[in-house]
Design a binder for this molecule. Sequence first.
Ligand SMILES: Cc1cc2nc3c(=O)[nH]c(=O)nc-3n(C[C@H](O)[C@H](O)[C@H](O)COP(=O)(O)OP(=O)(O)OC[C@H]3O[C@@H](n4cnc5c(N)ncnc54)[C@H](O)[C@@H]3O)c2cc1C
Length: 404
Amino acid sequence: MSIKLIEKRWDAIVVGAGPAGCSTAFFIARAGHEVLLLDKSGFPRDKVCGDGISSSALGMVKRIGVLDGMMVAIKPMPAWGVTIVSPDRSVMKSPIPDPGKRGSSGYVIPRKKFDSILLDHLISQPGVTMLQDFCVTGLLYDQGRVCGVKCGHDNNEVHLKSRFVIGADGAHSVIAKRLSLFNSNPKHRAFAVRAYFENVQGLENRLEIYYDKAILPGYGWIFPTGPTSANVGVGISTRFGKSRGLKELFQILVEKNSMVKDKLKNGYMVKGSLKGWPLPCGSFPSKRSAGNVLLAGDAGSFIDPLTGEGIYCALRSGELAATAVNAGLTAVVQEDAVGKMYDTLWKREFKWKEFFPGYVLQSFLTKQSILNFCIKRGAAGPRIASLITEIFFRERKCLPFRSK
Ligand SMILES: Cc1cc2nc3c(=O)[nH]c(=O)nc-3n(C[C@H](O)[C@H](O)[C@H](O)COP(=O)(O)OP(=O)(O)OC[C@H]3O[C@@H](n4cnc5c(N)ncnc54)[C@H](O)[C@@H]3O)c2cc1C
């Protein structure tokens, strides 16, 4: 590693090159600053996910300037609609809202491809330096103030210095743990497993969501990654009691749910693809920062508690973190007040519009009787179906939910 990189004092170090880290680094570099992006993995790398890229996330990808390139490079599977199946097997079909009129409601893109295209675009930007296989282990301090990070690389400890540090290091965030801001509250966490299947039958361009009484309060999904391939998974919030064996719930979904079983009857699971990962969901404690250190994406618990959508929240929280850091770098606010500015920005956008309604709706949309009632009504009429879908995806204009 070059001495120049070690001796340099960066404007910002971003830890983690997933969607949150890439977005943060992009918006800091675009403002003319120098960013060092570190990741413990070598890319392309897998990330356990449902791979559903929502319309809102696409809007962010477009603003980062890589949407067209991504579409050309991978020709992803568009998802025009959603199918929701109730515990008593009513089937409700509806288009997915496209409030930004972007011409597509979403895509299913395996994260190995999505994240590496985002990262390739990012490292072509002026002002961005990326180091892979650098595992951050802690923060560096100078007179009680954070001045960089410690990392492990090639069995050596390396110290890298910066004015700001952004922890975008995901659900097991080392940075959040070092700041004592790690979300370990079971009320605001979920766990999910997913596997890839080939030779799946009867797929349409739809996200399929299965509520099954043996899986409640969790739900299962089949998200098509291609005409005959799919990401299949099960997720459950730990809010409603001890998390049950997720792999067992996954087996129930694929072997006992008659509709899922039918689709997978000639299919096979891609070897080694069944993996689990935690989801730190939007919670109410009001700090995602400490002075000049900020947390974005899963590291800052930005996942939608109702749907488990985290990619949009990672991209957007990264942009908000960059806005605050840029204000500090141009002396619009004092360096130590940057964290406070970030906390104001994300609270205004996420706390009451995303986290609170998601948390409240979660307790209704996990009850068998309510799900049977609502989905049966939705199955009978398109207007109710689209109302339910809009509430699920939180696009309803009349509600104080997500504003685009
Ligand atoms: C099973 C499952 C299904 C999901 N389905 C969806 C879905 O369909 N749609 C959706 O929008 N969201 C979904 N989510 C949520 C989504 O995956 C996350 O919210 C999203 O990945 C968050 O992005 P991030 O950049 O914050 O973190 P990550 O994508 O986890 O990236 C963190 C990066 O940090 C790096 N890193 C970690 N520790 C260190 C360290 N110490 N030093 C250096 N680098 C480090 C990692 O290598 C990684 O590259 C799902 C989650 C799960 C678990």
